[in-house]
Design a protein around this ligand. Sequence first.
Ligand SMILES: [Zn+2]
Length: 473
Amino acid sequence: MGRPLALPFALLAAVATTFAAAPAAEAQTLQAVAAQGACSTAGVTKLSDQLVQVQMCLTPGTFVAFTPHAGVTLTSTQVHPYLLATARDALWAAAATTPVQVNSAFRTIADQYVLYYSGACALAATPGNSNHETGRAVDLENWSAAISAMAAAGCVHSYPSSDPVHFDCPGTDHRSDSILAFQRLWNANNPGDVIAEDGAYGPMTEARLAKSPSTGFAKLPACGATTADWAAEFVSQTYPLASAGALTMTVGQELDGDIELKNVGGKAWDGKTFLATTAPRDRASLFVATGWTSSSRPAGVGGVVSPGGAHKFQFRLHAPPTPGDYVEHFGVVEEGMAWFSDPAQGGPSDDLLQVKIHVVAAGGDAGLDAGGGDAASAADAADAGLDAGAGEDAASEIDAGADGATPSNIDGADGAGAGCGCETPRGSRGSREGRTEPTASALAIAALGMLGIVTRRRRRSPVKRAKARQARG
Ligand SMILES: [Zn+2]
């Protein structure tokens, strides 16, 4: 190993610099920082910088930087120069009259945690409860000189005697955003320990804050990713992809299968979360079968699926008595709350999950029914395996893109392969439509289509079917 001696001087110098800087970046938990007993956020700057970035992505344009700006100076590097846009405008208006010196403005939930639990600050609110976390409070070093200018701009001098430096400027309550920002950052870095992204400060959130690294996490959640309460993302399926064309069923035939969706919204799925018919919504399906809760609800969640978790919606299709070509659309609904396709929610849209079925008369095709049935099953199973693989690749590519975790382009290569696979026509099953899906990304979601895998011997259950129909409403 004589090589290092041959290193250019500049490179050696760079290595030395890195070494010298390393000890300063020593990570501690927030709990350990707070235990030092100092009324200071100096130890959590890097984590707080990350939280600021995440919060700015939550509601673009709402939470903004207020420096650099004429008449505004920061009294220390610990100040996060961010406020709600309404508060920033007020501060700037005041600064036009009287230059302001800002001691403190926005505080992250990490800042507030350390200030509160240090026990060293006289007036620190509990985490999640400070107006500084909303981004409409500022503390001014020259508060006395600025009082009239601040008042004219709409900022209230709330505590003249107990906290004279403090002003509350115009703005709505966004304290939950500072909590949500942490929850999103934690989840992006702890896929095995996902917590609810609900913007509420409780024991689960506090426990993760306590053990968070003061120097920040490895990565940030994707900026602009959904923060909707209700959102589902395709994970995998046991059915052939929609691109394979229509699934052929005989009249009265039943097929079992499932589709797995990931909860990428902020709320947990529960007993009110259902896969539901769409186009139009609540449409009475002609394929209702045993196990559906109504003719418009093929499957529900039943238990609880926390944000970040996934659920397999298992359901059976029962081919209607009339041969023909059918297209069934599905979406996800939280009963009494929202459709996942509503404008404020995260999707999928009502027309994205679809099943194309070609229903033929019973006995019309001996090859499909008897011995051919087994062959068809085998082919279906093989297809299911291929599709699942492609689906997972596509999903992981989406995930990697979303969280920016993967440093290399390995996943990207996989994703490209999956995309190509989706576009490759398969000849196993005859497709009358044979239409190509509009985009590869739509394919991943539209994959609900075409039921396959297990082909069951038909088991008619007229009573239950009738019951299921009655249950609709
Ligand atoms: Zn204050």
